[in-house]
Design a protein around this ligand. Structure first.
Ligand code: UGA
Length: 433
């Protein structure tokens, strides 16, 4: 199959490279000339484990190419994927669909012969209808079907998630699209991945409902963690105890500083807006978004409490700035709330993150260090915000030696209290005694 992928951001690039690896002929298109030039030189615009190797292999095999001008690829494609960003619209939380509609206009002018136009971007219910309208108005003569095929990739594990998904969801209104979509995902038959065929609107909603549910699950365990702290219980034991119930499941029950990233914060807000407009409000999702925002802000208070409320003149060593490990993504990262709040209370912050280079532009007044021990040098308190593997087995003797005082606030429960306390640390974690 010939595939044109519009947008070489996170989703477009990973999906394009994986489709090429399945054996399809893929062109990834992006208006950003610099990005395309760098991709053509083998440089990845994002940090995602394994992506560089996957891209190189498929470019080498002649199945994957990159272009600024989509004319040729879109004209020749069996399927054109729209995988552009749908950021939160400033101020009101609605998804900004301007990039999606601009891509649809471009596709309309270029398709040739029957083409399946697939929305991979996360878009509110009814966007497929809008795209169909754009195409129909621009090209009353054209043969096309508009399909919704949301992605469920996690940053840091995106290739694995694409190649071994729990399910593939395809929403369509025109049966002509089914054989094309089935052929695109045929390699997944090998591992018996369920393909769920739905109506287009259901598919659009599945994406938001899935993300909102996961966000809600995290927020639930975060609130249970607060309760554990208040009543002297252990959130990890509670999570395990409820997670063994198959109806609940063990995943997404790790208490922490609140969820971040490019998806949960924006998708929960957009879903809330859709529901309000449809006069079917989602009060649980509204409460989730509110509780998560408040939680991120509250985390600085937890650090202050560990230092007996006295942050002025104190040095805090922060480990981890990205919204989760194995990504360089800083979008809506808890660190963006926590670090400025610590500074506002008078603390000096020195920090280290293996990939969060963008933090240098986003966080003012932070002393960025080259490694974890450097970040903890002379610190009155260590704060783990992101659970990178390299923070899991720190040399604790060395940590204690370099720090001014052995105090650790572990917002990801990386360590166990019984490991730290015998070594002389004062140790504060999330939802544990
Ligand atoms: C999320 C979904 O997991 C993907 O299925 C979805 O495709 C993607 O959004 C998207 O819509 O594109 P992602 O944002 O990459 O993926 O990251 P997650 O691994 O889901 O983590 C999100 C946030 O929740 C992180 O800040 C993480 O630290 C936090 N989290 C996650 C917890 O605090 N506790 C947990 O138990 C799990």
């Amino acid at each position: 199959m010939r595939v044109a992928m519009i947008g070489t951001g996170y989703v477009g690039l990973v999906s394009g490279a994986c489709f090429a690896d399945f054996g399809h002929e893929v062109t990834c298109i992006d208006k950003d000339e610099g990005k395309i030039a760098r991709l053509n030189e083998g440089q990845m615009p994002i940090y995602e484990p394994g992506l560089d190797v996957l891209v190189a292999r498929n470019v080498e095999a002649g199945r994957l190419s990159f272009a600024v001008d989509g004319r040729e690829a879109i004209g020749a494609a069996d399927a054109v994927f729209i995988a552009v960003g749908t950021p939160s619209r400033r101020g009101d939380g609605y998804a900004d669909l301007s990039f999606v509609y601009a891509a649809a206009e471009e596709v309309a002018s270029l398709i040739d012969g029957f083409t399946v136009v697939v929305t991979k971007s996360t878009v509110p219910v009814g966007t497929g209808d809008e795209i169909e309208g754009i195409l129909r108005r621009a090209r009353p003569d054209a043969q096309f079907a508009v399909v919704s095929n949301p992605e469920f990739l996690r940053e840091g594990a995106a290739i694995e998630d694409f190649k071994r998904p729990d399910r593939v969801v395809v929403g369509l209104e025109d049966e002509r699209a089914r054989p094309v979509m089935a052929e695109l995902y045929r390699p997944l038959n090998l591992n018996e991945t369920p393909i769920l065929w739905t109506r287009r609107r259901s598919s659009e909603l599945i994406k938001y409902a899935a993300n909102a549910f996961l966000a809600m699950k995290i927020t639930f365990i975060n609130e249970i963690a607060d309760l554990c702290e208040a009543v002297d219980a252990d959130v990890q034991q509670v999570a395990r105890g409820i997670g063994l119930d198959k109806r609940i499941g063990p995943k997404f029950l790790h208490a922490g500083p609140g969820y971040g990233g490019s998806c949960f914060p924006k998708d929960t807000l957009a879903l809330v807006r859709t529901a309000q407009d449809a006069k079917a409000p989602l009060s649980l999702v509204e409460a989730t978004a509110r509780a998560n925002d408040a939680r991120k802000r509250a985390m600085a208070g937890k650090v202050a409490k560990a230092l007996a409320g006295e942050l002025a003149g104190k040095t805090i060593g922060v480990l981890g700035l990205t919204f989760k490990p194995n990504t360089d993504d800083m979008r809506d990262a808890p660190s963006l709330e926590i670090v400025p709040a610590l500074q506002a209370m008078g603390a000096k912050v020195q920090a280290y993150d293996p990939e969060g280079h963008e933090a240098r532009q986003m966080l003012r007044g932070v002393d960025f260090k080259a490694g974890p021990y450097e970040a903890l040098e002379g610190a009155d308190c260590a704060v783990i915000i992101t659970e990178w593997d390299e923070f899991r087995a720190l040399d604790l003797e060395r940590v204690r030696e370099v720090m001014r005082r052995p105090l650790m606030v572990d917002l990801r429960n990386v360590y166990k209290p019984e490991e730290l306390r015998p070594r002389g640390f004062t140790y504060v974690s999330v939802g544990r005694p």
